[in-house]
Write a protein that binds this ligand. Structure first.
Ligand code: ASP
Ligand code: MG
Length: 421
């Protein structure tokens, strides 16, 4: 059995959905569990719906939601023609669920509403793609993953209840493959024991697929993207980015840790635990080999470049010039944990600490406020964090030319510099 994950870009138009059918056709008589994301930029659009609802701007929320409805209905109609009616009912059931909620007033926290609204993106896209594939002759079963993936109620970043979910996969998913070639379901979403929808964090569909691969003991997982495979830098920023044909799990974990937008950081562990290879394949040309990620150690990687814009440098200076000891540093880590913000780089000196973080203004403000009891706090915004794995001097010189470096950290494999433009 294989596990495939198709991201939002691979189902963003009727043409691309037909292309998914083409890809699947070349794997006929194989058993495949297919995980699909929301179409195109639907998740972003639904975030706006949730935000408007929570700001009590009901009309805006309904208007934003209407756009989502119309695009999905139009896509379904174009793909399904005469077979549209039953899918229309399926879609409208989901619409009603959301509209019912939008007519209410927010009483709980934002993250809860976010998940109830945003999860619909995956349900709509999979309902449409499944109906299209069935009408195209595939032996396929659509599954609501919320009946399978049990999570806690840590909305927007929910944690999977592994035992419950594994049991469900064994009991409800495995037998489906006796009858169907393809089981098609949603990435990114789950449900609590009280039937509240949850999400696993942005771009979480890769992770869903990996959990399935692990629980089904899949022979491989493939993630279908609009690039040739994993590149050594973001090709949108670096036109000379190089394709990497082979990587190992550890390197990908490192890349994700430093912020490379390749694969959701949680994806690797479930695969690594069962030694399941991960392919990053190109949906624009299914015949390209793609990148294979597995356990083998790999020599001779090119410099791998990760750029994070929009960084904040927080300068924490001890108020009475006393040394910054374990207590103050420990306290700071508690704050990170409470606010759920992760330092991208940290350096400590005798009486001060430097912390580089993503600029999430609300969280930065909270952190500054909490730290102000112990430290004088200064903040500099608008910085860029450059990370190079397997660096060489010429790449580093090249990428830091004409920039002011405000902080730098280096190990034999990795160099990180925080720069002012
Ligand atoms: N649709 C979700 C997102 O855009 C999940 C995913 O694509 O993996 O973040
Ligand atoms: Mg996506």
């Amino acid at each position: 059995m294989k596990v495939f994950k198709f991201g939002g870009a691979s189902v963003s138009s009727t043409e691309r959905i037909k292309n998914v059918a083409n890809i699947l056709r070349s794997y006929n008589d194989q058993k495949i569990l297919v995980v699909i994301s929301a179409m195109g930029k639907t998740t972003n659009a639904l975030e706006k719906v949730a935000e408007a609802f929570f700001a009590q701007k009901k009309e805006d929320a309904l208007r934003h939601f209407n756009v989502v409805k119309e695009t999905h209905l139009a896509t379904a109609k174009e793909l399904l023609g005469d077979n549209f009616t039953s899918t229309e009912i399926h879609l409208k059931d989901f619409f009603t669920e959301i509209e019912w909620l939008l007519h209410d007033k927010p009483k709980r926290e934002f993250d809860y509403y976010y998940d109830q609204v945003v999860c619909i993106g995956e349900l709509l896209s999979t309902a449409i793609v499944a109906a299209y594939l069935q009408s195209d002759g595939f032996s396929l079963k659509w599954v609501d993953v919320r009946d399978i993936f049990r999570t806690d109620d840590n909305f927007r970043d929910a944690n999977i209840d592994w035992d419950y979910t594994l049991n469900k996969v064994k009991k409800d998913i495995v037998p489906l493959f006796d009858e169907f070639d393809i089981v098609l379901t949603q990435g990114f979403i789950g449900s609590t024991d009280e039937n509240e929808s949850t999400t696993l964090g942005r771009e979480g569909s890769d992770y869903t697929a990996a959990v399935f691969a692990n629980m089904l003991d899949a022979e491989s997982q493939s993630i279908w993207k609009d690039v040739e495979g994993v590149m050594n830098a973001d090709p949108k920023e670096f036109p000379n980015a190089q394709f990497i044909s082979e990587l190992n799990y550890d390197e990908v974990i490192e890349m994700a840790y430093y912020g490379a937008q390749v694969i959701h950081p949680k994806t690797i562990k479930p695969l690594q635990n069962k030694n399941i290879p991960l392919y990053v394949k190109c949906f624009l040309n299914k015949n390209l080999p793609g990148t294979i990620i597995h356990a083998k150690s790999i020599k001779q990687l090119p410099p791998i470049i990760v750029v994070k814009q929009n960084q904040v440098l927080m300068h924490l200076h001890s108020k009475d010039f006393s040394f910054v000891g374990e207590t103050a540093t420990g306290e700071l880590y508690h704050f990170f944990n409470d606010i759920r913000i992760k330092p991208n780089l940290m350096q400590s000196g005798a009486v001060s600490l430097l912390v580089c973080l993503d600029d999430k203004p609300e969280k930065i403000e909270k952190l500054a406020l909490k730290s102000a009891d112990t430290f004088e706090v200064q903040i500099e915004r608008g910085l860029t964090l450059l990370t190079i794995r397997h660096y060489n001097q010429s790449t580093l010189d090249d990428l830091t030319k004409n920039k002011t470096v405000v902080l730098r950290q280096q190990s034999p494999e990795t160099v990180q510099v925080l720069m002012r433009n």
